[in-house]
Design a binder for this molecule. Structure first.
Ligand code: SF4
Length: 252
């Protein structure tokens, strides 16, 4: 199979949520069977000795762009979250931003408008970005960064996205991040931090530290909706410290 055909086929499998392939033993190849074509069911072949599974890395077409990713998402129904959405919330901001903020998923306001972080939490995020930058002597507006979420459709009742939903939709987040190639990422809240870093800890353990997504530094901080709760004064101060750290790293 030619590389382009193979890529298209693998993209199709990823689109339907299949992320693991099993290798056929070499004898199958010797019989002239194309392993990638013949054995993609996600289950080991019954008649063959099981070979180690291969987790597919997310596929980014070469020269990927946000427009191409948006076209690929289309009227996405790849996971159950499409059922309750009003608008798919792809992302907003500068396609070449050196800094990307990643949240968990759209809320009610975002779902209605199709734009991430436009409700109360979003307004707080905008104030934090622009206010902190100004205080630190950095010229920065919200539209200079890029803002998106792990899942692009609103989970019912604002529940946390399920693991399979994040895995399926995460391929688009990964492609967005690869296409933008920012200098740093700021993960807002534990769900985004865990989706990007694969770690299991809570946000309080991870926040304020530099972690990594494919070689790109990731600063973890609180989700602005957490900061809106009245008893979280300490968290607000910590989030401000996190933001200062990431802004100086990216823009100094
Ligand atoms: S959350 Fe993502 S994968 Fe699920 S339907 Fe929406 S866009 Fe598609």
């Amino acid at each position: 199979m030619k590389p382009d055909e193979l890529r298209r086929r693998l993209e199709f499998y990823q689109d339907i949520g299949m992320t693991t392939l099993y290798r056929r033993p070499a004898t199958a190849l010797a019989r002239g069977t194309d392993a990638a074509e013949a054995d993609v069911s996600g289950a080991p072949p019954a008649s063959a000795a099981v070979q180690p599974s291969i987790s597919l890395p997310p596929l980014e077409p070469s020269g990927d762009t946000l427009l191409r990713i948006l076209e690929d998402i289309g009227d996405c129904r790849r996971c159950r979250l499409h059922e309750g959405r009003t608008k798919l919330v792809f992302g907003v901001g500068n396609e070449r931003a050196p800094l990307v903020f990643v949240g968990e998923g759209p809320g009610a306001d975002e779902d209605a408008q199709g734009i991430p972080f436009v409700g109360r939490a979003g307004q707080l995020l905008t104030q934090m970005i622009e206010g902190t930058a100004k205080k630190e002597g950095i010229e920065l507006r919200r539209e200079d960064v890029y803002i998106c979420n792990v899942v692009k459709c609103r989970p019912p009742g604002n529940r946390t996205p399920e693991a399979d939903e994040m895995e399926i939709c995460g391929q688009f987040l990964y492609r967005q991040l690869s296409a933008i190639a920012p200098k740093a990422i700021c993960a807002l809240g534990g769900t985004a931090a865990r989706a990007l870093t694969g770690r299991k800890e809570g946000v309080t353990k991870m926040r304020g530290r530099w972690l990594e997504w494919r070689g790109i530094p990731v600063m973890v901080s609180y989700h602005p909706s957490y900061l809106l709760r009245p008893y979280n004064q300490d968290a607000k101060r910590e989030a401000w410290e996190d933001l200062k750290k990431v802004l100086h790293f990216v823009y100094d």
